[in-house]
Write a protein that binds this ligand. Structure first.
Ligand SMILES: NC(=O)c1ccc[n+]([C@@H]2O[C@H](COP(=O)([O-])OP(=O)(O)OC[C@H]3O[C@@H](n4cnc5c(N)ncnc54)[C@H](OP(=O)(O)O)[C@@H]3O)[C@@H](O)[C@H]2O)c1
Length: 359
């Protein structure tokens, strides 16, 4: 078993990491860490709101009893040499300081954006761009680290990039126009969204999100070279909105392909996508990477986000666009705290362990 630590364990992503890792066949949770506010208290005490007494657990089913009894460590002084892998779920400014500290001796799988755009850092979606992992050797050499940092993409990017990957491979993609409808859990617990702002409402702007989507999709679908990634030369236009949905980011997508793509061929490419990866039978892998619906009332977050325990990307309304000759339109749904964050990051760790980067 690999010894794993979860940093940011009290947050939304940290809680999802606990669910994804407890009873995992390869990774054993050996430490939980968070800020000084939570450190030196049991996990159960750290989650308890001091004013109301409420247990701030947001991730669905409660974890095993033993988790509540673990003593939370101070992330700033955590000794990374004790672990084989560290999973981090902290805000970017915190990640910027902590992750390089840990990566000197230990692989760090991160959900923060702090290092996503560095040339020597792969932006991995397992099953989509596993070959980008080769950048890890370059990163280690450049920075003199025994470990490395491998971040996952922004949760909105994940479903979009997965759905575009088969189209880019089969037909080429030159222009993408997307509008997201993002769940409130994507805003985290500390940044958060006030219920008074979001109920009965749509918020038409999420700071920095659209730029992240543009840059990340091109990096993920780009070509890995020995010392960086040549981004996909596609034009991406994004509008990111927040809607009163608990979990599951939906996006309406227009993709203009380089070569003509019949709807049936696009559908087949999506459904076939990821078969080799699925055949690896990694513990957190979905059985089907992309599930395509014919029923025009799918995907819906409430009905479809938990498809294959939130690890499948769900596509519906795949159709010819009426404005662009080589345009395809569809709606895509991805679980933002599962494939889009913690469990997707655990799947990336499984892929990296399978390839020998975690040992
Ligand atoms: N939510 C999503 O769907 C999602 C999806 C993909 C990626 N992400 C990214 O994942 C990261 C975490 O998001 P989240 O939604 O889980 O945030 P969150 O709910 O606000 O949790 C933040 C965590 O960071 C800890 N923390 C705060 N300041 C710290 C410090 N100075 N040192 C160490 N730990 C500190 C907090 O511990 P205390 O409880 O002790 O304060 C808490 O455990 C962010 O970078 C976010 O952008 C989120």
């Amino acid at each position: 078993m690999f010894k794993a630590a979860i940093v940011g364990a009290t947050g939304i992503v940290g809680q999802q990491f606990i669910l994804a890792l407890q009873r995992h066949p390869w990774f054993n949770i050996t430490a939980l860490a968070a800020s000084q506010r939570s450190a030196h208290r049991t996990y159960g005490e750290a989650l308890r709101d001091p004013a109301s007494g409420a247990l701030r657990w947001y991730a669905g089913p409660l974890p095993d009893r033993a988790i509540f009894d673990m003593v939370v460590e101070d992330a700033e002084t955590l000794d990374a040499t004790r672990f084989d892998v560290i999973f981090t779920g902290v805000e970017s400014d915190v990640a910027k300081v902590l992750e390089p500290q840990y990566a000197k001796s230990c692989p760090v799988l991160s959900t923060a954006s702090a290092f996503r755009y560095e040339d020597d850092v792969p932006l991995l979606i397992p099953g989509v761009n596993d070959d980008h992992a080769r950048l890890i050797a370059h990163q280690r050499q450049q920075r003199g680290w025994k470990g490395f940092i491998a971040p996952n993409p922004n949760c909105t990017t994940v479903g979009l990039a997965i759905s575009l990957a088969p189209l880019a491979k089969a037909f080429g993609v030159e222009t993408v126009v997307m509008t997201s409808l993002q769940a409130v859990s994507g805003a985290g617990r500390q940044g958060g969204v006030l219920s008074l702002d979001i109920m009965d409402n749509v918020i038409p702007y999420i700071p920095k999100e659209e730029d992240k989507v543009r840059r990340e999709v091109c990096k993920i679908l780009g070509q890995a070279t020995p010392d960086g990634v040549r981004p996909l030369p596609a034009r991406i236009s994004a509008t990111c909105t927040r809607v009163p949905v608990m979990d599951g980011h939906t996006a309406s997508v227009l993709a203009v392909t380089t070569r003509p793509a019949e709807v049936a061929a696009a559908r087949e490419a999506m459904e076939r996508f990821g078969q080799e990866f699925v055949a690896l039978a990694l513990p957190s892998s979905p059985q089907h990477f992309i599930v395509v619906h014919d029923d025009p009332y799918h995907p819906q977050p409430r009905l479809d986000r938990d498809t294959e325990d939130g690890m499948a990307t769900v596509v519906g309304r795949l159709r010819r666009d009426t404005a662009f000759d080589q345009g395809l339109q569809y709606v895509v749904l991805s679980h933002n705290t599962k494939m889009g964050a913690a469990k997707g990051t655990v799947l990336a760790a499984e892929m990296l362990a399978h390839k020998g980067y975690i040992s």
